[in-house]
Write a protein that binds this ligand. Structure first.
Ligand code: F6P
Length: 558
C-alpha cells in the first residue's frame, strides 16, 4: 500500500495557500459579474441537485483543489476501497460498505469469497423476517402479532436505524412502530418500555461486536422486563423452558459475532450476520438496518440500498470536476485547512431529517477525528471538523445569529426537498412554500448580506447601523431533491460517507478505525467497582475522581 502523501508538501497545497491569501471573497460581485456562476457550479448526483455556487471558490481554487485530490492519490485510494483492499490499516480490514448495496449478480471476491453473494443471502433472510413481522405471521409467546419493534444498540448500531426510521416515517406500515434503546442510563430503558405490552413487543439486539456494555446491559434489562411481564400476566410460567421459548419469539439479534449471540440465549436461527469489513458507522445498510426493513418493508429497503448504490457509482465513475462527494470533501478541506473553520453545520429543511446531524456526527467525527496518519506518523494539518445542526426553521430561531453575524466562519449545508410528504395549507398559503422561502432566504442572506448603506436606506438610526449590517460571504451548499424517498435518503447518506472518505484521504488518515473511544470504555470498567463502594478500588483513582465518586456515594438514596 502506498504511504500517505503529506498534503502540505504538494504543489497544489502551496497554490491553495497563495489563492487563499489573495482571495477577497465577494459573492455579490462574483454573481453580478458572472451570470453563469450558478449554472457552472451546480451539479447533479443521482436525484440530488447540488448548488456549490454560494461557496468561497472560483475556477482557480477549484482547479487547485482538484489537483490536490490527484496529488494525494484519491483515485487510487478510492479504487482500493471499492476493490476490498485492507485500507483500514490499523485493524487490518477491508472497507466494503459499498458492497452492501451492490446489485445482486455483481461479483466482488475478497480473500476468495464473493462478498456480494453473501450480502444478498443475508438480505434474503432479513427480508423474510421483515415480511413475517409485517404480515403478522411472526407472533409472540401468546400468539399475538408484533406491533412494536425495539432496536437495542448504540453508536452505529443505533444512530443509522433511528435516523432513517424518523426520516422515512411516511413509509412505515400502519400498526407498526419502532422504538430505540441506546443509552445505559436506566431512564432510556424505563421510558422506552414503560407503556409497551410484552406480548406484542419484539426486541432486536444490534451490536457488531456483541460485546458493548451498554447494549448487553440493555438487552438483559429487556429480557427481564419481557419475562417478568409475561409471568405477571400469567401468559407464561416461570420455568426455564417457557422462558427460553418466549425469548426465542421476542428477541432477534444482528451481529458479526454469532457465537456471542448464542451465548446470550438468542437462537442463531434468529440472528442476522454481517462482516468485519462493515464499520459500525457505515452499517445502516447492512443487517443493522433490520428494524428499518421491518418498518418500511423489503421493497422500500431495497430502494434505500439502490439509492446508496447510485451515489457509489457517481462517486466511483464521475470525473473529479463534476463529482459531488469529491467537490464537497475538497471544499471542507478548503475551509478547514485554509480558513481555519472548526465546525460545519448541516441544516435540513425537512423535519423528518431531524436526526440527520446526530447521525453525521458519528460518521464524520468518529471517522476523521484523528491525530496520526495511517502509517502512524503525525498528521500535518488540522483534521476532523465538528459537525452539528438542527432542522430549519428551528435553528433560525436559535443559533443562526452566530452563523450570520458571529466572528467565525461556519460553512453550512442546507438540505431540502421539493415535495412534502404531507402538504398542508394555512389560509391560502401552501405551508411547504413558506418553509422553502426560509431555505432560499437564509442561503441568500448568508451569501449576500446587507451593507451599511442598505441598512441606512431603511431609515435606521446611525448608532445601530453597524449592529444591523450583515457581512455576507458566509459559505453555504444547497442540496435539493424531489422528495425524501428511501432512495433519496440512501443517496444522501452515501454522499456524506464519501465526503468523509475524501477528507480522510487528503489528510492521510485511517477513517475506518476508532481507537479514540476505546480508552473510556476500558476505564469505565476499571472504575465500576469503586462506584459500587469498593474502598480499595476507590483509592486507585486520582483525587478528583475519588472526590466525585465519594460525592455520589454520599448522595445516593438507596
Ligand atoms: O463507540 C464505539 C463503537 O465501537 C462504534 O464505532 C460502534 O458503532 C459502537 O461502538 C457500537 O458497537 P457495537 O455495534 O459493536 O455494539
Amino acid at each position: 500500500m502506498m504511504a500517505p502523501v503529506d498534503p502540505t508538501t504538494t504543489k497544489s497545497w502551496a497554490r491553495l495557500a497563495t489563492l487563499h491569501q489573495d482571495l477577497k471573497p465577494d459573492l455579490r460581485d462574483w454573481f453580478a459579474t458572472d451570470p453563469g456562476r450558478a449554472t457552472e457550479l451546480t451539479f447533479a448526483a443521482g436525484d440530488l441537485y447540488v448548488d456549490l455556487s454560494k461557496n468561497l471558490i472560483n475556477a482557480d481554487i477549484l482547479a487547485a483543489l482538484i489537483d490536490l485530490a490527484g496529488e494525494v492519490g484519491l483515485a487510487e485510494r478510492t479504487a482500493a476501497m471499492f476493490a476490498g483492499d485492507h485500507i483500514n490499516v490499523t485493524e487490518d480490514r477491508a472497507v466494503l460498505h459499498t458492497a452492501l448495496r451492490a446489485p445482486e449478480g455483481t461479483r466482488l471476491e475478497v480473500d476468495g469469497t464473493d462478498v456480494i453473494a453473501q450480502v444478498h443471502q443475508t438480505l434474503g433472510k432479513v427480508y423474510a423476517f421483515a415480511d413475517k413481522v409485517r404480515d403478522g405471521s411472526w407472533v409472540g409467546a401468546t400468539g399475538k402479532r408484533i406491533t412494536t419493534v425495539v432496536n437495542i444498540g448504540i453508536g452505529g448500531s443505533d444512530l443509522g436505524p433511528v435516523m432513517a426510521y424518523e426520516a422515512l416515517l411516511p413509509y412505515v406500515q400502519e400498526g407498526l412502530e419502532l422504538r430505540f434503546i441506546s443509552n445505559i442510563d436506566p431512564a432510556d430503558s424505563y421510558e422506552t418500555t414503560k407503556d409497551l405490552d410484552p406480548e406484542t413487543t419484539l426486541f432486536i439486539v444490534a451490536s457488531k461486536t456483541f460485546g458493548t456494555l451498554e447494549t448487553l446491559t440493555n438487552a438483559r434489562l429487556a429480557r427481564s422486563w419481557l419475562l417478568q411481564g409475561l409471568q405477571d400476566s400469567g401468559a407464561i410460567s416461570g420455568d426455564e423452558a417457557a422462558s427460553s421459548s418466549a425469548v426465542a419469539k421476542h428477541f432477534v439479534a444482528v451481529s458479526t459475532a454469532l457465537d456471542k449471540v448464542a451465548d446470550f440465549g438468542i437462537d442463531p436461527e434468529n440472528a442476522f450476520g454481517f462482516w468485519d469489513w462493515v464499520g459500525g458507522r457505515y452499517s445502516v445498510d447492512s443487517a443493522i438496518g433490520t428494524s428499518l426493513a421491518v418498518a418500511i418493508g423489503p421493497e422500500r429497503f431495497s430502494s434505500f440500498l439502490a439509492g446508496f448504490h447510485t451515489m457509489d457509482e457517481h462517486f466511483r465513475s464521475t470525473d473529479f470536476e463534476a463529482n459531488v462527494p469529491v467537490l464537497m470533501g475538497l471544499l471542507n478541506i478548503w475551509y478547514n485547512n485554509f480558513f481555519g473553520a472548526q465546525t460545519h453545520a448541516v441544516l435540513p429543511y425537512a423535519q423528518y431529517l431531524h436526526r440527520f446531524a446526530a447521525y453525521l456526527q458519528q460518521l464524520t467525527m468518529e471517522s476523521n477525528g484523528k491525530g496520526v496518519r495511517y502509517d502512524g506518523s503525525p498528521v500535518t494539518t488540522d483534521t476532523g471538523e465538528v459537525f452539528w445542526g438542527e432542522p430549519g426553521t428551528n435553528g433560525q430561531h436559535a443559533f443562526y445569529q452566530l452563523i450570520h453575524q458571529g466572528t467565525r466562519l461556519i460553512p453550512a449545508d442546507f438540505i431540502t426537498v421539493a415535495n412534502p410528504a404531507h402538504p398542508l395549507v394555512d389560509k391560502d398559503a401552501d405551508v411547504h412554500e413558506l418553509f422553502l422561502a426560509n431555505f432560499f432566504a437564509q442561503t441568500a442572506a448568508l451569501a449576500f448580506g446587507k451593507s451599511a448603506d442598505e441598512v441606512r436606506a431603511e431609515g435606521t438610526e446611525e448608532s445601530v447601523v453597524s449592529a444591523r449590517v450583515f457581512t455576507g460571504n458566509r459559505p453555504t451548499t444547497s442540496i435539493m431533491a424531489p422528495e425524501l424517498s428511501p432512495s433519496v435518503l440512501g443517496q444522501l447518506i452515501a454522499l456524506y460517507e464519501h465526503i468523509t472518505f475524501v477528507q480522510g484521504v487528503v489528510w492521510g488518515i485511517d477513517s475506518f478505525d476508532q481507537w479514540g473511544v476505546e480508552l473510556g470504555k476500558k476505564l469505565a470498567q476499571e472504575v465500576t467497582p469503586a462506584v459500587g463502594g469498593d474502598a480499595e478500588a476507590l483509592k486507585q483513582q486520582d483525587a478528583s475522581t475519588q472526590a466525585l465518586i465519594t460525592y455520589y456515594l454520599e448522595h445516593r438514596n438507596r
